[in-house]
Design a protein around this ligand. Sequence first.
Ligand code: ATP
Length: 258
Amino acid sequence: MTILRVENVTKRFGGLVAVDDASLSVTPGSITGLIGPNGAGKTTLFTVISGFAAPTTGRVLFEERDITRVEAHERARMGIARTFQIVQPFATLSVVENIAVGAFLRHAARADALEEARRVAAEVGLTPMLDQPAKALTVAGRKRLELARALATGPRLLLLDEVLAGLNPSEIRDMIPVIRAIRARGVTILIVEHVMQAVMSLCDDIYVLAQGKLIAQGPPARIARDPHVVEAYLGHGAAQRLQAKAGQIGEAAHAERA
Ligand SMILES: Nc1ncnc2c1ncn2[C@@H]1O[C@H](COP(=O)(O)OP(=O)(O)OP(=O)(O)O)[C@@H](O)[C@H]1O
């Protein structure tokens, strides 16, 4: 059983093939990573999954139902939420009001939406900032707000687009348990992220995109030593160079011990 299935999705922008025949599936309850070098097509694939753009060809299935032609707002109602890389809160609204914007999807009454917003704020650690205007938040606070807005829509599948980008190492350390706790209460997560240590520690399964094509899939330990992945990140011949380097270091250590 999969919660999300992408089947042979291609997305062209004029002559440019941003996503090229990509297929993936996400297991319910997992944290699945989507990684790849800049311009690989990760955000484009997210956009197709969340319904903000249609694929040129291919299909997207949510809980085994074909949603390729379903509008973004309808996908949100079905239980898919996404965060955006560029965070744009309503600057003059308070933090709790910003989160309530998401909660209105499932709570028509203002009081109910605000109550749900407070619950979600607690989940992402924003309770002390509830009544501050969103513009008073730091970068780390804004990232939490973006996460909260998506969570407030009550998703079963949460698409996180670089929620750790721009954070310092201690802020990243603080966010990791927040993401784990969301998964622990049953929300499946698909995450696009450049912060490799976080990806490796969070994900059960990782897909690697390079120049629009999926080039590898597997658990973090396997992906980290996949020569195709190393090449995609560091350039042609890099895997061999790294292996030679590791060999040299090994030999030097051996010589030192001898
Ligand atoms: N709306 C668009 N019109 C034309 N080209 C686009 C559009 N959106 C993305 N592209 C191009 O598609 C390719 C994939 O971009 P995309 O943003 O999906 O990559 P990415 O893997 O998310 O990159 P990054 O890690 O830098 O965010 C790039 O060459 C980009 O310039």
